[in-house]
Design a protein around this ligand. Structure first.
Ligand code: ZN
Length: 211
């Protein structure tokens, strides 16, 4: 995220269009954050595109195309592999942009399998929001148990490997109330050390973190 991958995709597709190659551009219907009929980069470059519900739908519209662009490939599922192979076997140039890892740092299928079969791979990196190093991780700012600290567009940020790990560790260790944004009038209790006994909740009041 924020690595400029959509911008790079648009640049390559534009170049093909300038050379008068027949270009078809697709994105999953799930991604309508900016526009339904355009691919839009964070820097507001845009190019007309067709939204598809499934990867297979791409085959229906790609007959005449010489170049096929696909954005947010990670949302098109495992069927994308077969679709891309079929198009490439027909001699078409297929360019797919997508995230190779999810916010858990796990491979974001089918992108890793696409990496394996692709002739050319370009990894675009963002800049770590914490330290400024090259960043290839998407960090999700939530507390343990899935509660969200900040909403909307600020929910994710690019982080380097080190700052991603530090953040994940802090999320796992810190008491949950540090992340919920609850305004509690009681004075701050010192952080419990490992093994310290937890005070039982007051009777008749279920505390949020006890659920
Ligand atoms: Zn960093």
């Amino acid at each position: 995220m924020y690595s400029g991958k959509t911008e790079e995709l648009i640049r390559r597709l534009r170049r093909a269009q300038i050379a008068r190659q027949r270009v078809e551009i697709f994105k999953p219907i799930i991604d309508d954050r900016y526009a339904k009929d355009h691919i839009v980069s964070h820097s507001d470059l845009r190019i007309p595109s067709r939204s598809v519900k499934t990867a297979k739908e791409i085959l229906r519209w790609a007959h005449e195309a010489q170049v096929i662009g696909i954005d947010e490939g990670q949302f098109l599922g495992p069927a994308l592999l077969d679709v891309v192979e079929r198009l490439a076997r027909q001699g078409k140039r297929v360019i797919v942009a997508g995230l190779d890892q999810d916010y858990m740092g796990q491979p974001f299928e089918p992108m890793p399998q696409l990496l394996a079969i692709a002739e050319y791979i370009t990894k675009t990196l963002a800049i770590c929001m914490v330290c400024g190093s090259p960043a290839n991780r998407t960090y999700r700012k939530v507390a343990k148990g899935g509660r969200v600290v900040v909403g909307g567009a600020d929910l994710y940020e690019a982080r380097c490997r080190r700052c991603y790990d530090l953040g994940r560790r802090a999320q796992a260790m810190a008491p949950i109330h540090e992340f919920t944004g609850e305004t509690d009038a009681r004075p701050q209790t010192p952080r419990r050390t490992a093994g310290a006994r937890r005070k039982p909740s007051a009777p008749g009041r279920v505390r949020k973190q006890d659920r």
